[in-house]
Design a protein around this ligand. Structure first.
Ligand SMILES: *Cc1c(COP(=O)(O)O)cnc(C)c1O
Length: 452
Protein backbone atom coordinates (compact mmCIF):
# COMPACT_ATOMS: atom_id res chain seq x y z
CA UNK A 1 0.00 0.00 0.00
CA UNK A 2 1.27 3.44 -0.89
CA UNK A 3 1.98 5.43 2.25
CA UNK A 4 0.43 8.85 1.59
CA UNK A 5 -0.34 10.08 5.10
CA UNK A 6 2.56 11.08 7.34
CA UNK A 7 1.92 9.78 10.83
CA UNK A 8 2.12 12.44 13.52
CA UNK A 9 1.56 11.53 17.18
CA UNK A 10 -0.47 13.30 19.88
CA UNK A 11 2.86 14.42 21.34
CA UNK A 12 3.63 16.26 18.10
CA UNK A 13 0.95 18.86 18.94
CA UNK A 14 3.14 21.94 19.47
CA UNK A 15 3.76 23.08 23.05
CA UNK A 16 4.72 26.63 22.08
CA UNK A 17 3.72 29.19 19.49
CA UNK A 18 6.52 30.54 17.28
CA UNK A 19 6.82 34.33 17.27
CA UNK A 20 8.55 35.43 14.07
CA UNK A 21 9.03 38.96 15.44
CA UNK A 22 12.01 37.60 17.41
CA UNK A 23 13.83 36.72 14.16
CA UNK A 24 13.02 39.65 11.88
CA UNK A 25 16.14 41.34 10.48
CA UNK A 26 14.30 44.68 10.78
CA UNK A 27 11.53 45.40 13.30
CA UNK A 28 7.96 45.84 12.10
CA UNK A 29 6.95 49.46 11.38
CA UNK A 30 4.95 50.74 14.39
CA UNK A 31 1.15 50.82 14.46
CA UNK A 32 0.04 54.47 14.44
CA UNK A 33 -2.80 56.25 16.25
CA UNK A 34 -4.83 58.03 13.54
CA UNK A 35 -5.54 61.02 15.82
CA UNK A 36 -2.07 61.75 17.23
CA UNK A 37 0.08 60.32 14.45
CA UNK A 38 2.15 58.63 17.21
CA UNK A 39 2.79 54.89 17.75
CA UNK A 40 0.00 53.33 19.81
CA UNK A 41 0.61 51.74 23.20
CA UNK A 42 -1.09 48.96 25.21
CA UNK A 43 -3.61 51.42 26.71
CA UNK A 44 -4.96 52.26 23.25
CA UNK A 45 -5.78 48.59 22.65
CA UNK A 46 -7.05 47.78 26.15
CA UNK A 47 -10.74 48.56 25.36
CA UNK A 48 -10.64 45.90 22.61
CA UNK A 49 -8.34 43.08 23.78
CA UNK A 50 -7.27 41.41 27.04
CA UNK A 51 -3.74 42.33 28.21
CA UNK A 52 -2.29 38.88 27.53
CA UNK A 53 -3.15 39.18 23.82
CA UNK A 54 -1.88 42.78 23.69
CA UNK A 55 1.38 41.49 25.16
CA UNK A 56 1.59 38.77 22.53
CA UNK A 57 0.93 41.34 19.81
CA UNK A 58 4.16 43.19 20.58
CA UNK A 59 6.18 40.36 22.14
CA UNK A 60 9.77 39.81 21.00
CA UNK A 61 10.01 36.36 22.69
CA UNK A 62 10.76 33.65 20.14
CA UNK A 63 8.44 31.07 21.73
CA UNK A 64 5.29 31.49 23.83
CA UNK A 65 3.90 28.55 25.82
CA UNK A 66 0.52 27.20 24.78
CA UNK A 67 -1.70 26.90 27.88
CA UNK A 68 -2.60 23.29 28.82
CA UNK A 69 -6.32 24.01 28.52
CA UNK A 70 -5.81 25.24 24.94
CA UNK A 71 -3.63 22.23 24.05
CA UNK A 72 -6.34 19.94 25.44
CA UNK A 73 -8.86 21.52 23.07
CA UNK A 74 -6.38 21.29 20.17
CA UNK A 75 -6.12 17.56 20.82
CA UNK A 76 -9.77 17.24 19.66
CA UNK A 77 -8.45 17.51 16.07
CA UNK A 78 -4.69 18.09 16.16
CA UNK A 79 -2.24 17.03 14.90
CA UNK A 80 -3.93 17.57 11.54
CA UNK A 81 -3.13 15.33 8.56
CA UNK A 82 -0.06 15.94 6.36
CA UNK A 83 -0.70 14.06 3.14
CA UNK A 84 1.25 13.34 -0.03
CA UNK A 85 -1.06 13.97 -3.00
CA UNK A 86 0.08 10.94 -5.02
CA UNK A 87 -3.11 10.75 -7.08
CA UNK A 88 -2.92 14.42 -8.00
CA UNK A 89 0.77 13.96 -8.92
CA UNK A 90 -0.18 11.06 -11.16
CA UNK A 91 -2.99 13.00 -12.86
CA UNK A 92 -0.55 15.86 -13.58
CA UNK A 93 2.14 13.42 -14.71
CA UNK A 94 4.67 15.54 -12.82
CA UNK A 95 8.01 14.53 -11.32
CA UNK A 96 7.24 16.96 -8.46
CA UNK A 97 6.17 15.68 -5.06
CA UNK A 98 3.08 17.47 -3.77
CA UNK A 99 2.12 17.50 -0.09
CA UNK A 100 -0.70 19.26 1.70
CA UNK A 101 -1.47 20.06 5.31
CA UNK A 102 -5.20 19.57 5.87
CA UNK A 103 -6.76 21.94 8.43
CA UNK A 104 -10.32 21.02 7.43
CA UNK A 105 -10.53 18.33 10.13
CA UNK A 106 -11.20 20.89 12.88
CA UNK A 107 -14.80 21.11 14.16
CA UNK A 108 -15.38 24.32 12.18
CA UNK A 109 -13.70 22.86 9.09
CA UNK A 110 -10.79 25.32 8.79
CA UNK A 111 -7.62 26.59 10.47
CA UNK A 112 -9.58 29.33 12.29
CA UNK A 113 -10.11 27.42 15.59
CA UNK A 114 -6.29 27.43 16.06
CA UNK A 115 -6.59 31.07 17.13
CA UNK A 116 -10.27 31.18 18.15
CA UNK A 117 -9.59 28.80 21.04
CA UNK A 118 -6.65 30.69 22.62
CA UNK A 119 -8.39 34.05 22.04
CA UNK A 120 -11.54 32.87 23.83
CA UNK A 121 -9.36 31.32 26.54
CA UNK A 122 -7.36 34.51 27.26
CA UNK A 123 -10.59 36.54 27.34
CA UNK A 124 -12.15 34.04 29.76
CA UNK A 125 -9.10 34.23 32.04
CA UNK A 126 -9.40 38.05 31.97
CA UNK A 127 -13.05 37.81 33.12
CA UNK A 128 -14.64 38.92 29.85
CA UNK A 129 -18.28 37.86 29.35
CA UNK A 130 -18.90 38.69 25.71
CA UNK A 131 -16.99 38.96 22.44
CA UNK A 132 -17.92 40.67 19.18
CA UNK A 133 -16.42 39.84 15.84
CA UNK A 134 -16.82 40.05 12.08
CA UNK A 135 -16.86 37.19 9.64
CA UNK A 136 -16.54 36.97 5.85
CA UNK A 137 -17.36 33.55 4.52
CA UNK A 138 -18.53 32.54 8.01
CA UNK A 139 -15.44 30.48 8.78
CA UNK A 140 -14.16 32.77 11.51
CA UNK A 141 -17.59 33.38 13.03
CA UNK A 142 -18.28 29.67 13.30
CA UNK A 143 -14.80 28.92 14.68
CA UNK A 144 -15.14 31.62 17.34
CA UNK A 145 -18.65 30.48 18.19
CA UNK A 146 -17.31 26.97 18.82
CA UNK A 147 -14.45 28.35 20.95
CA UNK A 148 -16.71 30.73 22.95
CA UNK A 149 -19.10 27.89 23.67
CA UNK A 150 -16.23 25.82 25.12
CA UNK A 151 -14.99 28.76 27.22
CA UNK A 152 -18.45 29.95 28.40
CA UNK A 153 -18.41 33.35 26.63
CA UNK A 154 -21.30 35.01 24.70
CA UNK A 155 -20.68 36.02 21.09
CA UNK A 156 -22.12 38.52 18.56
CA UNK A 157 -21.01 37.97 14.96
CA UNK A 158 -21.28 40.59 12.17
CA UNK A 159 -21.35 38.61 8.95
CA UNK A 160 -20.65 40.17 5.51
CA UNK A 161 -24.09 40.38 3.90
CA UNK A 162 -23.06 38.74 0.60
CA UNK A 163 -21.93 35.65 2.53
CA UNK A 164 -24.86 35.77 4.97
CA UNK A 165 -27.13 35.25 1.95
CA UNK A 166 -24.82 32.91 -0.02
CA UNK A 167 -23.88 30.72 2.95
CA UNK A 168 -26.88 30.22 5.22
CA UNK A 169 -25.41 27.06 6.70
CA UNK A 170 -22.35 28.81 8.14
CA UNK A 171 -24.80 31.18 9.82
CA UNK A 172 -26.72 28.20 11.23
CA UNK A 173 -23.48 26.71 12.47
CA UNK A 174 -22.64 29.90 14.39
CA UNK A 175 -26.11 29.70 15.96
CA UNK A 176 -25.80 25.97 16.69
CA UNK A 177 -22.68 26.66 18.76
CA UNK A 178 -24.59 29.41 20.59
CA UNK A 179 -23.43 32.62 18.89
CA UNK A 180 -25.73 35.42 17.64
CA UNK A 181 -25.25 36.51 14.02
CA UNK A 182 -26.25 39.70 12.15
CA UNK A 183 -25.83 40.57 8.45
CA UNK A 184 -23.39 43.48 7.95
CA UNK A 185 -23.90 46.35 7.23
CA UNK A 186 -26.53 46.24 10.01
CA UNK A 187 -28.59 48.97 11.65
CA UNK A 188 -27.20 48.02 15.09
CA UNK A 189 -24.16 50.30 14.82
CA UNK A 190 -23.35 53.83 13.64
CA UNK A 191 -20.81 52.36 11.19
CA UNK A 192 -23.43 50.06 9.67
CA UNK A 193 -26.09 52.79 9.48
CA UNK A 194 -23.63 55.12 7.72
CA UNK A 195 -22.97 52.59 4.97
CA UNK A 196 -26.68 51.74 4.59
CA UNK A 197 -27.61 55.42 4.20
CA UNK A 198 -25.22 55.75 1.25
CA UNK A 199 -25.72 52.31 -0.33
CA UNK A 200 -28.75 50.43 1.02
CA UNK A 201 -27.91 47.39 -1.16
CA UNK A 202 -24.28 47.15 -0.07
CA UNK A 203 -23.07 43.51 -0.18
CA UNK A 204 -20.89 44.39 2.78
CA UNK A 205 -17.20 43.72 3.21
CA UNK A 206 -14.87 42.53 5.94
CA UNK A 207 -13.82 46.15 6.46
CA UNK A 208 -17.40 47.26 7.18
CA UNK A 209 -18.09 44.28 9.46
CA UNK A 210 -14.89 44.98 11.45
CA UNK A 211 -16.08 48.56 12.01
CA UNK A 212 -19.36 47.29 13.45
CA UNK A 213 -17.81 44.74 15.81
CA UNK A 214 -15.11 47.18 17.00
CA UNK A 215 -17.66 49.93 17.65
CA UNK A 216 -19.70 47.67 19.94
CA UNK A 217 -16.70 46.37 21.90
CA UNK A 218 -15.31 49.88 22.34
CA UNK A 219 -18.59 51.20 23.71
CA UNK A 220 -19.44 48.33 26.12
CA UNK A 221 -17.65 47.60 29.40
CA UNK A 222 -17.99 43.79 29.58
CA UNK A 223 -17.39 43.20 25.87
CA UNK A 224 -14.20 42.76 23.92
CA UNK A 225 -13.40 42.15 20.30
CA UNK A 226 -11.71 39.25 18.54
CA UNK A 227 -10.13 39.36 15.09
CA UNK A 228 -9.69 36.23 12.98
CA UNK A 229 -6.69 37.35 10.95
CA UNK A 230 -4.24 40.21 10.21
CA UNK A 231 -2.88 40.83 13.75
CA UNK A 232 0.48 39.50 14.93
CA UNK A 233 -0.94 37.37 17.75
CA UNK A 234 -3.40 35.71 15.36
CA UNK A 235 -0.66 34.70 12.94
CA UNK A 236 1.41 33.49 15.89
CA UNK A 237 -1.38 31.18 17.13
CA UNK A 238 -1.60 29.73 13.63
CA UNK A 239 2.07 28.65 13.71
CA UNK A 240 0.90 25.33 15.18
CA UNK A 241 0.22 24.49 11.50
CA UNK A 242 3.75 25.13 10.26
CA UNK A 243 5.36 23.58 13.34
CA UNK A 244 3.49 20.33 12.65
CA UNK A 245 4.42 20.46 8.96
CA UNK A 246 8.08 20.88 9.93
CA UNK A 247 7.80 17.89 12.26
CA UNK A 248 6.14 15.83 9.51
CA UNK A 249 8.95 16.53 7.04
CA UNK A 250 11.49 15.66 9.76
CA UNK A 251 9.79 12.27 10.14
CA UNK A 252 10.00 11.48 6.43
CA UNK A 253 13.46 13.03 6.03
CA UNK A 254 12.45 15.46 3.31
CA UNK A 255 12.10 19.23 3.04
CA UNK A 256 9.80 21.38 0.92
CA UNK A 257 11.34 23.46 -1.90
CA UNK A 258 8.18 25.52 -2.35
CA UNK A 259 5.52 26.44 0.21
CA UNK A 260 2.17 27.77 -1.06
CA UNK A 261 -0.79 29.21 0.84
CA UNK A 262 -3.67 31.57 0.07
CA UNK A 263 -3.81 35.03 1.65
CA UNK A 264 -6.91 36.92 2.75
CA UNK A 265 -5.69 38.63 5.90
CA UNK A 266 -2.62 36.40 5.96
CA UNK A 267 -3.19 34.11 8.96
CA UNK A 268 -3.13 30.62 7.44
CA UNK A 269 -0.22 31.71 5.23
CA UNK A 270 1.68 33.09 8.23
CA UNK A 271 0.95 30.11 10.43
CA UNK A 272 1.96 27.66 7.73
CA UNK A 273 5.15 29.40 6.57
CA UNK A 274 6.64 31.35 9.52
CA UNK A 275 8.29 28.35 11.24
CA UNK A 276 10.12 27.73 7.94
CA UNK A 277 10.93 31.40 7.27
CA UNK A 278 13.18 31.54 10.33
CA UNK A 279 15.67 29.35 8.43
CA UNK A 280 15.26 31.42 5.29
CA UNK A 281 15.97 34.67 7.16
CA UNK A 282 19.12 33.06 8.67
CA UNK A 283 20.29 32.14 5.17
CA UNK A 284 20.03 28.42 6.04
CA UNK A 285 17.34 27.71 3.45
CA UNK A 286 16.48 29.01 -0.01
CA UNK A 287 12.97 27.63 -0.01
CA UNK A 288 10.45 29.58 -2.09
CA UNK A 289 7.43 30.83 -0.16
CA UNK A 290 4.43 31.87 -2.28
CA UNK A 291 1.31 33.78 -1.18
CA UNK A 292 -1.72 33.45 -3.48
CA UNK A 293 -4.45 36.08 -3.69
CA UNK A 294 -7.49 36.63 -5.95
CA UNK A 295 -7.26 39.04 -8.90
CA UNK A 296 -10.40 40.66 -7.43
CA UNK A 297 -8.56 41.71 -4.23
CA UNK A 298 -4.83 41.71 -5.07
CA UNK A 299 -3.36 43.60 -2.10
CA UNK A 300 0.22 42.30 -2.35
CA UNK A 301 0.56 42.27 -6.15
CA UNK A 302 -1.26 45.56 -6.90
CA UNK A 303 -1.55 47.45 -3.61
CA UNK A 304 0.67 50.17 -2.15
CA UNK A 305 2.84 49.63 0.95
CA UNK A 306 1.57 52.52 3.05
CA UNK A 307 -0.27 53.27 6.29
CA UNK A 308 -3.99 52.54 6.09
CA UNK A 309 -6.98 51.74 8.24
CA UNK A 310 -7.91 48.10 8.79
CA UNK A 311 -11.59 48.90 8.31
CA UNK A 312 -13.88 50.96 6.11
CA UNK A 313 -15.21 53.30 8.80
CA UNK A 314 -11.65 54.34 9.77
CA UNK A 315 -11.97 53.25 13.39
CA UNK A 316 -8.88 51.00 13.69
CA UNK A 317 -5.30 52.18 14.24
CA UNK A 318 -3.19 52.71 11.13
CA UNK A 319 -1.05 49.77 10.04
CA UNK A 320 1.64 49.82 7.38
CA UNK A 321 0.50 47.26 4.84
CA UNK A 322 0.01 46.53 1.18
CA UNK A 323 -3.45 47.95 0.70
CA UNK A 324 -5.99 48.62 -2.03
CA UNK A 325 -7.41 51.42 0.10
CA UNK A 326 -9.79 50.98 3.05
CA UNK A 327 -12.75 52.23 0.99
CA UNK A 328 -12.23 49.57 -1.71
CA UNK A 329 -14.96 46.90 -1.68
CA UNK A 330 -13.88 43.74 -3.53
CA UNK A 331 -16.22 42.02 -6.00
CA UNK A 332 -18.35 39.26 -4.41
CA UNK A 333 -16.09 36.35 -5.37
CA UNK A 334 -16.92 32.99 -3.80
CA UNK A 335 -13.70 32.98 -1.75
CA UNK A 336 -15.29 35.31 0.81
CA UNK A 337 -12.33 34.91 3.16
CA UNK A 338 -10.04 36.58 0.62
CA UNK A 339 -12.19 39.70 0.13
CA UNK A 340 -10.05 42.13 2.16
CA UNK A 341 -8.44 45.42 1.10
CA UNK A 342 -5.32 44.99 3.24
CA UNK A 343 -2.96 42.31 4.54
CA UNK A 344 -1.28 41.28 7.80
CA UNK A 345 1.58 43.75 8.53
CA UNK A 346 3.91 40.79 9.23
CA UNK A 347 3.21 39.27 5.79
CA UNK A 348 3.65 42.70 4.14
CA UNK A 349 6.95 43.31 5.95
CA UNK A 350 8.32 39.93 4.81
CA UNK A 351 7.13 40.63 1.25
CA UNK A 352 8.78 44.05 1.33
CA UNK A 353 12.04 42.47 2.59
CA UNK A 354 11.91 39.96 -0.27
CA UNK A 355 11.50 36.75 1.76
CA UNK A 356 8.18 35.79 0.17
CA UNK A 357 6.59 35.99 -3.31
CA UNK A 358 3.00 36.75 -4.28
CA UNK A 359 0.81 35.82 -7.24
CA UNK A 360 -2.83 36.61 -8.12
CA UNK A 361 -5.20 34.13 -9.82
CA UNK A 362 -8.72 34.31 -11.28
CA UNK A 363 -11.63 32.37 -9.81
CA UNK A 364 -12.44 30.20 -12.86
CA UNK A 365 -8.84 28.88 -12.91
CA UNK A 366 -9.12 28.35 -9.16
CA UNK A 367 -12.25 26.20 -9.49
CA UNK A 368 -10.71 24.13 -12.29
CA UNK A 369 -7.91 23.29 -9.86
CA UNK A 370 -10.38 22.63 -7.02
CA UNK A 371 -12.34 20.11 -9.08
CA UNK A 372 -9.20 18.32 -10.25
CA UNK A 373 -8.08 18.12 -6.62
CA UNK A 374 -11.47 16.76 -5.48
CA UNK A 375 -11.47 14.17 -8.27
CA UNK A 376 -7.98 12.92 -7.39
CA UNK A 377 -7.53 13.44 -3.64
CA UNK A 378 -11.20 13.17 -2.64
CA UNK A 379 -11.40 16.23 -0.41
CA UNK A 380 -13.67 19.05 -1.69
CA UNK A 381 -11.58 22.14 -0.89
CA UNK A 382 -12.89 25.55 0.17
CA UNK A 383 -12.59 28.25 -2.54
CA UNK A 384 -9.89 30.08 -0.53
CA UNK A 385 -7.27 27.30 -0.33
CA UNK A 386 -8.18 26.35 -3.91
CA UNK A 387 -6.17 29.47 -4.79
CA UNK A 388 -3.15 27.70 -3.25
CA UNK A 389 -4.04 24.46 -5.06
CA UNK A 390 -4.08 26.37 -8.37
CA UNK A 391 -0.54 27.64 -7.83
CA UNK A 392 0.75 24.31 -6.44
CA UNK A 393 -0.57 22.64 -9.63
CA UNK A 394 1.01 25.34 -11.82
CA UNK A 395 4.36 24.79 -10.06
CA UNK A 396 4.04 21.02 -10.53
CA UNK A 397 3.30 21.52 -14.23
CA UNK A 398 6.38 23.74 -14.50
CA UNK A 399 8.39 20.85 -12.99
CA UNK A 400 6.96 18.60 -15.69
CA UNK A 401 8.36 20.92 -18.36
CA UNK A 402 11.75 21.33 -16.72
CA UNK A 403 12.02 17.76 -15.45
CA UNK A 404 12.78 18.97 -11.91
CA UNK A 405 11.48 16.81 -9.03
CA UNK A 406 10.70 19.61 -6.58
CA UNK A 407 8.87 19.10 -3.31
CA UNK A 408 5.82 21.37 -3.11
CA UNK A 409 3.72 21.71 0.03
CA UNK A 410 0.53 23.76 0.28
CA UNK A 411 -1.87 24.61 3.07
CA UNK A 412 -5.32 23.14 2.53
CA UNK A 413 -6.76 25.40 5.19
CA UNK A 414 -10.40 24.32 4.94
CA UNK A 415 -12.99 22.09 3.28
CA UNK A 416 -15.67 23.40 0.95
CA UNK A 417 -18.74 21.60 2.29
CA UNK A 418 -20.54 24.91 2.75
CA UNK A 419 -19.42 26.24 -0.61
CA UNK A 420 -21.32 23.90 -2.90
CA UNK A 421 -23.27 26.80 -4.46
CA UNK A 422 -19.93 28.05 -5.77
CA UNK A 423 -19.19 24.58 -7.17
CA UNK A 424 -22.66 24.56 -8.77
CA UNK A 425 -21.85 27.86 -10.47
CA UNK A 426 -18.55 26.49 -11.73
CA UNK A 427 -19.98 23.17 -12.94
CA UNK A 428 -22.86 24.88 -14.76
CA UNK A 429 -20.44 27.32 -16.44
CA UNK A 430 -21.92 30.43 -14.85
CA UNK A 431 -18.92 31.38 -12.72
CA UNK A 432 -17.75 34.94 -13.46
CA UNK A 433 -14.19 36.20 -13.47
CA UNK A 434 -13.38 39.56 -11.96
CA UNK A 435 -10.25 41.16 -13.37
CA UNK A 436 -8.20 43.65 -11.44
CA UNK A 437 -10.54 46.65 -10.82
CA UNK A 438 -7.95 49.31 -11.60
CA UNK A 439 -10.28 52.31 -11.56
CA UNK A 440 -11.93 51.51 -8.22
CA UNK A 441 -8.58 50.76 -6.60
CA UNK A 442 -7.16 54.02 -7.95
CA UNK A 443 -10.08 55.87 -6.39
CA UNK A 444 -9.67 54.09 -3.04
CA UNK A 445 -5.90 54.73 -3.03
CA UNK A 446 -6.54 58.44 -3.47
CA UNK A 447 -8.41 58.38 -0.14
CA UNK A 448 -5.56 56.95 1.96
CA UNK A 449 -4.91 58.64 5.32
CA UNK A 450 -1.95 61.01 5.47
CA UNK A 451 0.80 59.91 7.85
CA UNK A 452 3.76 62.22 8.46
C1 LIG B 1 -10.53 32.82 6.84
C2 LIG B 1 -10.07 31.91 5.83
C3 LIG B 1 -9.13 32.31 4.88
C4 LIG B 1 -8.54 33.69 4.80
O1 LIG B 1 -7.91 34.15 5.96
P1 LIG B 1 -6.37 34.12 6.21
O2 LIG B 1 -6.21 34.90 7.46
O3 LIG B 1 -5.68 34.76 5.05
O4 LIG B 1 -5.97 32.71 6.38
C5 LIG B 1 -8.73 31.38 3.95
N1 LIG B 1 -9.23 30.14 3.94
C6 LIG B 1 -10.13 29.72 4.84
C7 LIG B 1 -10.65 28.32 4.75
C8 LIG B 1 -10.58 30.59 5.80
O5 LIG B 1 -11.46 30.17 6.71
Amino acid sequence: MQHTRIQLAQDDIPKQYYNIQADLPEALPPVIHPGTGQPIGPDDLAPLFPMELIGQEVSQERFIDIPDEVRDVYSMWRPTPLIRAVRLEKALDTPAKIYYKYEGTSPAGSHKPNTAVPQAYYNKVAGIKKLTTETGAGQWGSALSFACQLMGIDLEVYMVKASYNQKPYRRSMIQTWGGQVFPSPSDRTQAGRNVLSISPDSPGSLGIAISEAVELAATREDTKYALGSVLNHVLMHQTVIGEEVKRGFEIIGDEPDILVACVGGGSNFGGFTFPFLADKMNGKSDMRVVAVEPTAAPSLTKGQYVYDFGDTAQTTPLMKMYTLGHSFIPAPIHAGGLRYHGMAPLVCHLYDLGFIEAVAVTQTKVFEAAVLFARTEGIVPAPEPSHAIRVAIDEALRCKESGEAKTICFDLCGHGHFDMAAYDAHLSGSLEDYQYPETEVGKALSLLPKVG
